[in-house]
Ligand binder design. Structure first.
Ligand code: NAD
Length: 306
C-alpha cells in the first residue's frame, strides 16, 4: 500500500526516518509531501494513496473526493478537528488519532505557561508562586490528567471536571471532582482547558465562566482557540483587571487583547504544545504502526469516526 506522509509543517528528519522504517517493515511504501504551498498540492498528492499520515493538515471533502483509493487517515496527534469526519465516513475512510502520544509535551507546556504568567512573563515585577494555589482542569483526558499530576507535585490543589468521566475516575486520577463547570471556574486560581474542539465545545468558554474566576486568576488554554468565545474573553478581561489569559493558540483578537491588557495576556507565537522531539517521534511512529495494524489485522482501536 502507498502511505502518504502529508505535513505542511514537517516532522524532524529523525522522526521521518523512523516512520519510514515502520511503514516499510510493514510491507508498504512511504511518499512524502512536506511544506506544500496550498491545498491544491494536497489534493493532487492523494490521488493514488491508500493511507495518509497528517498533522494539522486539512483533510477536507475536496481532498477525500480526490483520494479514490484512500482507506485510512491517521492524525499524528490528539485533536482531529482538521479532518472532515462526515465526509470521511461517507467515503468509507477510517479516521484515527494517536491519543496520548504528545500529552506529556502539552502538559509540560501548560505548567510552563502557568509559571510564566505567575512571574509576569519574566519581567522584574514581583510575581506569585503556584504552590498552594488551586488548579482546575477542564476535561480530564490524557493531557488533563498529566497536568494534574505535575501540578500536584508542585504543591497545587487540583480539581477537575469531565462530563464523560464519573467522579471515581477523577478521584483515581488524583483530582477532586469540581461538580460543575461553574464551580470549577469560581473556585480555581488557574483553570487549564483540555476539551476537544467539537460543535458542542466551540465558543463554550466565554464571559459567564471567565468572569466567575477568583481574584487574580489565570485561564490557561492549550486546547484549541475555537473553544474560547473571544468577545466574552475580552469583556471579562476588560471588567476584571486582575484576570489573565495565556494560550498556546493565538486568538483572532490577539492584537486587541495585547494592546488593551499588555502582560495580562500571552500567546505562543506558534502552536507549540506538541512541539517536542519526543512527541514528534512518538506520534509519527504511532500513526505508522496504526496504519500497518489496520492493513494487517483490521485493527480499528483508535478510530474516531465509528
Ligand atoms: P483526550 O481525548 O485524551 O481527552 C479529552 C477529554 O475531553 C476526554 O476526557 C473527554 O471525556 C473530554 N471531552 C470530550 N468531549 C467533551 C465535551 N464536549 N466537553 C467537555 N469535555 C469533553 O485528549 P487530550 O490528549 O487530553 O487532548 C485534549 C485536547 O488538547 C485535544 O482535543 C486537542 O484539541 C488539544 N491538544 C492541543 C495540543 C497543542 O499542541 N496545543 C496538542 C495536543 C492536544
Amino acid at each position: 500500500m502507498k502511505v502518504l506522509l502529508a505535513t505542511q509543517k514537517p516532522f524532524a528528519a529523525a522522526a521521518v526516518a523512523e516512520i519510514r522504517k515502520v511503514v516499510e517493515d510493514g510491507g508498504h511504501s512511504l511518499v512524502l509531501l512536506e511544506k506544500y504551498a496550498g491545498q491544491s498540492d494536497l489534493v493532487a498528492a492523494v490521488a493514488d494513496v491508500e493511507a495518509m499520515i497528517i498533522r494539522s493538515d486539512k483533510v477536507t471533502a475536496e481532498v477525500l473526493d480526490a483520494a479514490k483509493n484512500l482507506r485510512i487517515v491517521v492524525r499524528a496527534g490528539a485533536g482531529y478537528d482538521n479532518v472532515d469526519l462526515a465526509a470521511a465516513t461517507a467515503h468509507g475512510v477510517v479516521v484515527m488519532n494517536t491519543p496520548g502520544q504528545n500529552s506529556n509535551a502539552v502538559a509540560e507546556l501548560a505548567i510552563a505557561l502557568m509559571i510564566f504568567m505567575a512571574r509576569n512573563q519574566f519581567t522584574p515585577a514581583t510575581g506569585t508562586e503556584i504552590q498552594g494555589k488551586t488548579l482546575g482542569i477542564q476535561a480530564f483526558g490524557n493531557v488533563g490528567r498529566l497536568v494534574g499530576k505535575k501540578a500536584e507535585a508542585l504543591g497545587m490543589k487540583v480539581m477537575a471536571i469531565d462530563p464523560f468521566l464519573p467522579d471515581e475516575k477523577i478521584i483515581e486520577g488524583g483530582a477532586e471532582p469540581a461538580g460543575s463547570l461553574e464551580a470549577l471556574y469560581s473556585s480555581c486560581d488557574y483553570v487549564s482547558v483540555h476539551i476537544p474542539a467539537t460543535p458542542e465545545t466551540i465558543g463554550s468558554i466565554g464571559y459567564d465562566l471567565i468572569a466567575k474566576m477568583p481574584k487574580g486568576a489565570t485561564l490557561v488554554n492549550t486546547a484549541r482557540k475555537e473553544v474560547i468565545d473571544e468577545a466574552g474573553l475580552e469583556k471579562a478581561l476588560e471588567e476584571r483587571q486582575d484576570l489573565k489569559y495565556v494560550t498556546d493558540v493565538a486568538p483572532d483578537n490577539l492584537a486587541v487583547l495585547k494592546e488593551k491588557f499588555g502582560l495580562r495576556v500571552f500567546a505562543t507565537p506558534k502552536k507549540m504544545g506538541a512541539q517536542s522531539a519526543e512527541a514528534n517521534v512518538n506520534a509519527g511512529i504511532a500513526a505508522a504502526r496504526q496504519i500497518c495494524a489496520y492493513f494487517a489485522e483490521g485493527c480499528t482501536r483508535f478510530q474516531v469516526n465509528k
